[in-house]
Design a protein around this ligand. Structure first.
Ligand code: ATP
Length: 393
């Protein structure tokens, strides 16, 4: 069994059709018309009696990008290594392009799968030039190899002249791009990226991510990115799979997992969330922010409602009142902490004793720090729908 991660030596494969326009990454995306490239069914994996993967199911469509995101230790890298073929699942199945590569009676090691792997640190060979790193494992030699190396460098937005340098003469972002070029050299059908941007500083990280994303887009390679950075997952992928405690808590488009998280932990992991006590009646949730519409509420009565901070706007004449407690200034935006007024009691309709009283303090964001000095009375309005979670979740 292969134990060290290294790029696949799989045979060349015809590049799949280019993926649709990049706006598909931002908005709700329907992959039902695209065949699955990777299918993972009921995968379990334990180390020394500790179950790390507890039954993972995941389908990845041909030519699309999936981000597996989750807290440290949730099992993301373990899953990626099973897909790569660096280790075998205890049970369950993994199929690539419809052919089983891991199952009860079958297991193909990494070098027999058409899979590229880019590790966190790029893992370039330090004693080889950039060109030799990229050409490593290429079936080409001499001029043909250097031409191909040049093409691959250009593919990752680097000048051909970099081929002569050693890895230590490159920036972290350039090293990651070379690692990607090396992985792309074998024309893998599936590219696995294990936190490849995490060692880069903020500016370089965004630029490198964009370059890598564009390169993979153009090559039409099915891609899986492992990250613990939820913003990276939401911006990079067509599909986000949220891993928690060895299971996928939710899988969907970035828009769906962010705006309609399946549970409270997923909501809080994927971004800032305003979570309030609420009383669900029909399709309206009554809370300190008024009556918030909820689509297809699964329960009635006492619940928690979740809104994203950007859904709550400061608006003169808005129906909700609150008082600024304090603020945190971040430059382009300010976090404003606001104490809401308690829920108004309708004198004619006595309230249910379980109904919440409201009056919580929430955090919202605003661009104008001057507007929100402590003690200022504000009017607020809510846009869009809320998501509810059972009271005891
Ligand atoms: N080879 C191994 N032997 C024993 N335990 C392991 C092995 N590989 C992973 N684990 C354990 O499995 C759990 C999940 O690890 P994994 O690296 O998959 O998590 P992760 O979600 O990728 O975390 P991180 O974001 O910190 O990289 C951890 O508790 C880890 O210690």
């Amino acid at each position: 069994m292969t134990t060290q991660p290294h790029p696949s030596r799989g045979t060349s494969a015809a590049a799949p059709a280019a993926r649709p326009g990049s706006d598909s990454r931002t908005f709700v995306h329907d992959s039902s018309d695209v065949p699955d490239h990777l299918q993972i069914t009921g995968v379990h994996k334990s180390f020394g009696g500790t179950e790390v993967l507890k039954g993972v199911d995941l389908d990845v469509a041909q030519g699309r990008t999936t981000a597996i995101v989750g807290p440290s230790g949730s099992g993301k890298t373990t899953l990626l290594r099973l897909i790569a073929g660096f280790s075998a699942p205890d049970s369950g199945r993994i199929a690539l392009g419809g052919a089983e590569v891991a199952g009860p009676e079958k297991w193909l090691p990494a070098h027999k799968r058409s899979v590229g792997y880019v590790a966190q640190d790029g893992a370039l060979f330090p004693h080889l030039s950039v060109g030799a790193n990229i050409a490593f494992g290429l079936p080409l030699r001499g001029k043909a190899a250097s031409l191909r190396v040049g093409e691959l460098l250009e593919m990752v937005s680097m000048d051909r002249a970099y081929a002569k340098r050693r890895p230590h003469q490159l920036s972290g972002g350039q090293q990651q791009r070379v690692a990607l070029a090396r992985a792309l050299a074998r024309q893998p059908e599936l590219m696995l990226l294990d936190e490849p941007f995490s060692a880069l500083d903020a500016g370089l990280r965004v630029a490198t991510r964009k370059a890598v994303s564009d390169t993979l887009d153009q090559a039409g390679v099915t891609t899986i990115l492992v990250t613990h950075d939820q913003a990276e997952a939401l911006s990079f992928a067509d599909q986000v799979a949220v891993m928690r405690d060895g299971k996928l808590a939710q899988t969907g488009s970035p828009f769906v997992v962010y705006t309609r998280p399946a549970d409270r932990a997923t909501a809080e992991f994927l971004g800032d969330a305003v979570i309030l006590e609420a009383w669900m009646e029909g399709s309206l949730a009554l809370c300190s922010l008024g009556g918030i519409p909820v689509r297809r509420p699964p329960v009635q009565g006492k619940v928690h409602i979740m809104l994203r901070p950007e859904q709550i706007r400061i608006s003169s004449g808005g129906p909700i009142r609150g008082t600024v407690v304090d603020t945190d200034y971040f430059g382009p935006e300010t976090t404003v902490r606001i104490k809401l007024e308690p829920i108004l009691v309708d004198a004619e309709h006595p309230r249910d004793p379980h109904q919440p009283v409201g009056g919580e303090t929430i955090n919202i964001r605003h661009w104008n720090a001057m507007l929100a000095r402590p003690g200022t009375q504000l009017s607020l309005k809510v846009v869009g729908e809320g998501v509810i979670f059972p009271w005891d979740e």
